[in-house]
Design a protein around this ligand. Sequence first.
Ligand SMILES: [Zn+2]
Length: 368
Amino acid sequence: MKKTHLISAISIAMALSSNVNASDAYTESFANYAKEIQKYQSNESWDASIRAYEKEVAQVQKSAGYIGKALPLPEPIKVADGVYTVVGSLIWHNPSNFGLNNNLSFIIFEDGVFVFNGGANPAIAYSFHQQIKKITDKPVKWLAVENSQGHAYLGASYWVDQGVKHLYSHSVANNDFHNAFARIKQSWGTRVGHELTEGARDVSDLFTTFDDKLTVNVGGGEQVEILNFGPGHTPGSTIVYLPKRKIVLPGDLAYNQRMLALFSYTDTLKWTQTFEAFMSAMPKDVTVIPGHGAPATLQKVKEDTYDYLKYMQNQVQQIVDAGGSEADAQKIDQSMYKHRSVYEQTYRNNAVHIYREITGGDLGESNE
Ligand SMILES: [Zn+2]
């Protein structure tokens, strides 16, 4: 009996550390402790402490959602009273930004806190949660995710472990994430660090999905509208609108400052239509917290998203009409967008992507 306890204590400790590249002091300590235990097997009081330890580890694992230090994320920006966003890095996800290259937002309502985007991994979700707790002691009650991508979803299991029961995603996005979970997790782990990503679980079965619109009562007579206007950057996407506060969080439907990245699943021809539907549904003076980049006006995200796509679609169409090639499309003058981040890494691919959309070419496979 005692031996069983000992073995399971060791195996729990090992399981916690085996997938980790031992870069985090806290998780490393579990592995060291498990090694220590093996030296003192015969001591009675030690055995009792091991059993207590076993329970403790299991408890910590279950309630913490992530075991490790809080990551040094940028401070949340106050957009309006009770509305905050952490503006993620404007470059690719990599170890230096822990995968935080989209915006994570939270809104404090009468009945609790609404979080938008689960974060790229449980470590980011945990660290973001610590920031929320510094600003409010209300519990996180709701989570919505912008689309099927890793930085929207992979942190979701952390929030589930924290007891968040109201999880929202578009039906297509939820399916896409579920089907690609293993590939998305592998890809993000490789890019930003397996030690941060390993704890992520597929919790898509716990999400409430919607097709066009869902309304959530958040207390104080206020409602949150969860909306979809059609495909775009991703086939499924979720927009969170706060009508009383005139604030909208459209996820990757809208970019500010950063160049758009087009993935295999991006349909820019539909994206521009969807953007038109989005614009006509919003009041002109709405404040936009975009998927990427700082909060901005509707006009500004239109320029950086819709106007750019329209310009590219027109230019590429002219090349196609004239019998031009992909190489010709790559030569389209995009120099007026040079100041935007990740310009160098995206502009040629964007031209090729749109060329292939128009001509029915192969768009490849993305695991973002
Ligand atoms: Zn994204």
